[in-house]
Design a protein around this ligand. Sequence first.
Ligand SMILES: Cc1cc2nc3c(=O)[nH]c(=O)nc-3n(C[C@H](O)[C@H](O)[C@H](O)COP(=O)(O)OP(=O)(O)OC[C@H]3O[C@@H](n4cnc5c(N)ncnc54)[C@H](O)[C@@H]3O)c2cc1C
Length: 280
Amino acid sequence: MASGFRIFVMVKQVPDMGAKAGLNPDGTIDRARAKRMLNPFDKFALQAALHTKKMYGGSVTAISMGPPPAVEILLEALAHGVDRGFLLSDRRLAASDTLATAYALYKTIQHVGEFDIIFCGLQTTDGDTAQVGPQLAERLNLPQVTYCEDFSVKDGNVHARRIIEGGHQVVIAKPPVLVTIANSYHPLEYKSFRGAWRVQQLQRKQEELAKYITTITLDDVGADIERCGLKGSPTIVAKTEKVGEIGGSCTMHEGKSVDELVKEVITNSNVEEYLLAGKS
Ligand SMILES: Cc1cc2nc3c(=O)[nH]c(=O)nc-3n(C[C@H](O)[C@H](O)[C@H](O)COP(=O)(O)OP(=O)(O)OC[C@H]3O[C@@H](n4cnc5c(N)ncnc54)[C@H](O)[C@@H]3O)c2cc1C
């Protein structure tokens, strides 16, 4: 791999829930009113992509699917050192579930070109399914490393440490490979002054910016429209409910055997009533 890795990083724009986005009467997020931001989990994926380029050479391409304002996160990625960005934006994608999203992103990746490593975030802060990365790997017929919290490249292979219950597992994957990065990976470094300045300059000259960020449609990527948007989404959201602020009290039970602790928790709470009522 003389010229380094062809690295893709998948990034999504999400509502900034910290800014109290609010909900529509039907329970969906009011995205027009919501402040927008780069999915916090994708910052780790971006750091992994930039680190790979820095250590082993190559180029980084950021890919996103979303409405036109999602270009903001590609600009942010560019300021951090990404080489180019692609935004798949098409009204026919509205109401896509994860199956339709992964299909559309798969077609986009095929359109953008060849790659060695695709980095994804672990999950998003809005959809929160953690399905898109693994679904992409399946569609692209790639080995996948999920929950990766650190990695290095030796002899052209990715040596990844992934989180498993109660410990770690080290796996070796031969590129092309898809890796989902956990939020225990290194945080995204600050963008350089030079990077931020460059993006500011590019924004002033749209024709220059177009050399780095390309907006594409479903027609450009040759997607089957029947498999996108509502038509291509077998998932139906039956109900969304606002649960209000998370709060309440917390009691710590310590220093006993598990059996004793379980008994104590059941005795001191209404868990038993709950179980008898057939709830879980
Ligand atoms: C029935 C249904 C209807 C929906 N309707 C809408 C709708 O109308 N509008 C809407 O905005 N959402 C809608 N959604 C949500 C949408 O399906 C998800 O946001 C999308 O599939 C991504 O899933 P996720 O957010 O759970 O990502 P996860 O699987 O949690 O994300 C994992 C990683 O995949 C990558 N990734 C995920 N999404 C993208 C993306 N768009 N671009 C680039 N990389 C990405 C990122 O690296 C991310 O960290 C709907 C969902 C369902 C189930």
